[in-house]
Design a protein around this ligand. Structure first.
Ligand SMILES: [Zn+2]
Length: 457
């Protein structure tokens, strides 16, 4: 029964949710797990020894709680960052005999320049319109800079995801577009709001039949400088990138089941992704998501709770480089999709959660009201409908599994995301605990409700 009337939970179940919420707000487990993943293990790039260490560590922690742990194999990209330097070697007003440093970082899975680097003139476009207006041959043999600005005002108003979405298309499609017009390399302006001259990495795409050219992200400050100088006259850049793409590596999703007492075959996923970019230590993206999901299992253990259905912790592998872990999960569990009663993913940062995104039947919002009331006490009671909630659970969402994510304050997320500044100190312990409370309460609610989420009208 959905949509009004008495809810799917008894007063006793709602009281249990309050206990879980209150425990999550004071329990240091999530913070301690995040500290270990970031400070002790460090960056967890797909295919790296640290990613493997993180798999083994998280699996052992979940086993220690008595969860049933499975490592689910996935073949993942293994790209390794190399040297990445750039200097202006010619520009209007240059002091003779000098160069000027440009701060940048390679995009994954960029190919390398020659080891000694390449030197070419820089052509700057602000957007696709300017790109399409380039005279024929204007970018041939040049370094093409896509100088599209991340919309900091939009982010400051709480629409960080929209600001990112507007910028990230240039990072994704720029190198193919540049190669198609003969560019030697492509630079993109960082797809984030960082000041302090910090470059922002992330994935770019190559296409079959189009030359793979080196691709890097420059800081917003350097993009502004290149645009200014190029408007005055010829600007030449010496660019050296030496990343390597090694053969795909064996890696794993970590799956830990807290078995259901009545319907163990029915599962609620509570999840984050274990891999990270390599410049920082992957605290907000997405060590925090893993840590708060681990906390859900930990608190069920500590409070001795065994909901009707299985709560399945998943630490996804390789979200950043193509969601190969999620694809493996969809392939391995294709026959059991109908047993997934809910999928929760936390991958939108680690700031204060204001509520829950839900994807599925519109009536899910009404159905979740009693849960939202429990979370209202920590300012996380807002329910927002969304078409999707996260990259890793999207395959399940597409197949009709009710899907959820914390709605997180995104005003500063993209200042640190995918940069060297994504480190443990960026996570406010109170906000992390709030997110852990939301994940734990929601996982319990979905796993113990009288009827399955989305089963009614
Ligand atoms: Zn992420």
């Amino acid at each position: 029964m959905m949509g009004g009337g008495k809810g799917a939970w008894t007063p006793e179940q709602l009281a249990t949710m309050e206990r879980l919420r209150d425990a999550a707000m004071v329990d240091p487990y999530a913070l301690n797990q995040l500290r270990h993943l970031t400070d002790n293990i460090g960056p967890r790039l797909s295919g790296s020894p640290q990613a493997q260490q993180a798999v083994e560590y998280v699996a052992a922690e979940m086993r220690a709680l008595g969860a049933e742990v499975t490592l689910e194999k996935a073949m993942v990209p293994h790209w390794v960052r190399g040297a990445e330097t750039a200097e202006l070697v010619q520009w209007p007003g240059q002091t003779p005999g000098t160069t000027q440093k440009v701060v940048l970082t390679a995009l994954g899975p960029s190919v390398a320049t020659p080891p000694e680097g390449l030197t070419a003139e820089v052509v700057v476009v602000d957007d696709w319109k300017q790109f399409q207006a380039l005279p024929a041959g204007a970018a041939k043999g040049r370094i093409l800079l896509f100088n599209h600005k991340f919309d900091k005002e939009l982010a400051a108003e709480g629409h960080g995801g929209a600001a990112y979405g507007g910028a990230v298309v240039y990072r994704g499609m720029g190198p193919v577009a540049g190669a198609a017009v003969g560019a030697m390399a492509v630079l993109v302006r960082s797809a984030g709001g960082a000041d302090y001259r910090i470059p922002h990495t992330g994935m770019t795409d190559y296409a079959e039949g189009v030359a793979r050219i080196p691709a890097a992200s420059v800081t917003a400050e350097d993009a502004d400088m290149l645009k200014n100088l190029a408007s005055q006259g010829p600007v030449k850049l010496h660019l050296t990138l030496t990343p390597r793409t090694l053969p795909d590596a064996v890696s794993y999703n970590v799956i830990a089941d807290w078995k259901g007492s009545e319907h163990p075959e029915q599962v609620v996923i509570v999840s984050g992704h274990l891999d990270s970019w390599d410049l920082g230590t992957g605290a907000i993206d997405d060590g925090a998501g893993v840590a708060v999901s681990m906390q859900a299992i930990h608190l069920l253990h500590d409070l001795g709770l065994h909901p009707r259905r299985t709560v399945r912790f998943v630490a996804w592998m390789s979200e950043e480089e193509g969601s190969e872990g999620a694809a493996a999960y969809m392939a391995d569990h294709a026959a059991e999709v109908s047993n997934h009663v809910g999928a929760i993913e936390c991958d939108l940062g680690a700031d204060h959660p204001t509520g829950i995104y839900y994807a599925g039947k519109p009536a899910l919002g009404q159905w979740l009201r009693p849960v939202a009331q429990v979370l209202d006490a920590i300012g996380a009671g807002n329910l927002e409908s969304s078409r999707g909630v996260g990259e890793d659970v999207d395959g399940l969402t597409q197949k009709g599994v009710p899907s959820f994510a914390p709605v997180q304050d995104s005003r500063t997320y993209f200042n640190y995301h995918h940069t060297a500044a994504d480190t443990f100190d960026k996570v406010d312990p109170k906000h992390l605990n709030e997110t852990a409370a939301l994940m734990t309460v929601l996982a319990y609610a979905l796993a113990d409700s009288a009827e399955r989420a989305g089963s009614g009208e």
